[in-house]
Design a protein around this ligand. Structure first.
Ligand code: MRU
Length: 347
């Protein structure tokens, strides 16, 4: 694959982000130089996808704290906690956000003996490392996962777990990019992913750029293409994975997992280990974000339903671990029982 798009970067004291709400009609960037801009960008899905949200959160901390006039570490810590709490209210499900924010907090705490200006520099270096590490992690996930794809496979994917969701070429899509790089012929079916159409708008755009054969389907077409024998594997990303392997991912992933089981098709989850939340025993404990009704009742700003229609719009669902064939991380491939394989993997 040629160099992936730069979804998020640090640009001279500002965070440069692709505005993903404008894709694919327009490839434009926003520049955030205050923490509200970062929180809004996460909340409104200008930046989205678990790893990218984590990176954005880390840079949000850097931006938020850079004008701090704190005279001592206690004052500094108070401001830092306020910034972290504020960014935390953007979206609740992707644990990568909280993982990155915690890492920033821990970094500050373990450098409390240094001057405030030194700690600010260290925090910037930490955010840049989180971004850099994500690049390597994507490549490792790609490497491990590509072994699971055979020449000639057609893969069904959901939402967008590609370059637009990470600092490099993605998790689920990274595996496809790597397999293609290794000379395998891979075709992709992409679910449109209602209501915000990350599959239709982002995944097809990304794969087209990479010259990978992609066919867009409506979400409700998945059963038919499986029945017709068109799908060899299902490959999705994750926003949070509990210690038993239950996986939160974009709403509709659970449907796919049930369908895959019914058609005897393997379903793989690809995610960095920063998406594991080993403090949770099952998926029941994962907080699920609910989105605004307007995202369902309106289509590009235009109402498509009668006024006053009630809407239920969870952004994510939980795929129970017994429907997941394997979970591909940068540290290797975990097979059931996940509790045991995660423990070994994280040693
Ligand atoms: O609401 P989104 O677009 O942030 O949801 C994204 C997903 O569900 C992705 O599959 C997940 O974050 C993994 S991205 C590598």
């Amino acid at each position: 694959m040629s160099k992936p798009v730069s979804t998020i970067s640090w640009d001279n004291g500002r965070v440069k982000l692709i505005d993903q709400t404008k894709l694919p009609l327009e490839l434009s960037y926003i520049y955030c130089s205050d923490v509200k801009c970062i929180r809004d960008a996460i909340k409104t899905l200008k930046v989205r996808g678990a790893p990218a949200i984590g990176i954005a959160g880390a840079f949000g901390v850097v931006i938020g704290i850079q004008n701090s006039g704190a005279q001592n570490f206690d004052e500094f810590e108070k401001e830092l906690n306020e910034i972290i709490d504020y960014i935390s209210t953007s979206r609740p499900t992707a644990v990568n956000l909280f993982w990155a924010l915690n890492r920033m907090r821990e970094t500050a705490l373990s450098n409390r003996d240094k001057s405030m200006s030194e700690i600010k520099k260290i925090l910037l270096r930490t955010a840049l490392s989180i971004l850099e590490e994500d690049r390597k992690v994507c490549r490792q996930i790609g490497l491990h996962g590509a072994d699971l794809l055979e020449d000639g496979d057609t893969v069904l994917t959901h939402c967008n777990a590609g370059a637009l969701a990470t600092a490099d070429y993605g998790t689920a899509l990274g595996i496809i990019y790597k397999a293609v790089e290794l000379g395998k012929k891979i075709s992709v079916y992409a679910d449109e992913t209602r209501p915000l159409l990350q599959g239709a708008r982002l995944t097809t755009w990304e794969l087209k750029q990479a010259k990978i054969d992609v066919t867009l389907i409506c979400d409700n077409t998945a059963a038919v293409v499986m029945k017709q024998g068109k799908i060899k594997k299902v490959l999705i990303g994750a926003d949070r994975i509990a210690s038993n392997g239950d996986t939160a991912n974009k709403i509709g992933s659970y449907n796919l997992a049930i369908l895959a089981k019914a058609h005897d098709i393997p379903l793989y989850v690809a995610a960095p280990t920063s998406t594991l939340d080993l403090s949770l025993s099952t998926g029941k404990e994962i907080p699920i974000e609910e989105r605004d009704a307007e995202e369902v009742t309106h289509w590009f700003g235009k109402r498509i339903t009668a006024e006053g229609i009630k809407v239920y719009s969870p952004a994510f669902d939980i795929t129970p671990s017994h429907l997941i064939t394997a979970i591909i991380t940068e540290k290797g491939i975990a097979y059931p029982p996940y509790e045991k394989s995660f423990k070994e993997m994280m040693k």
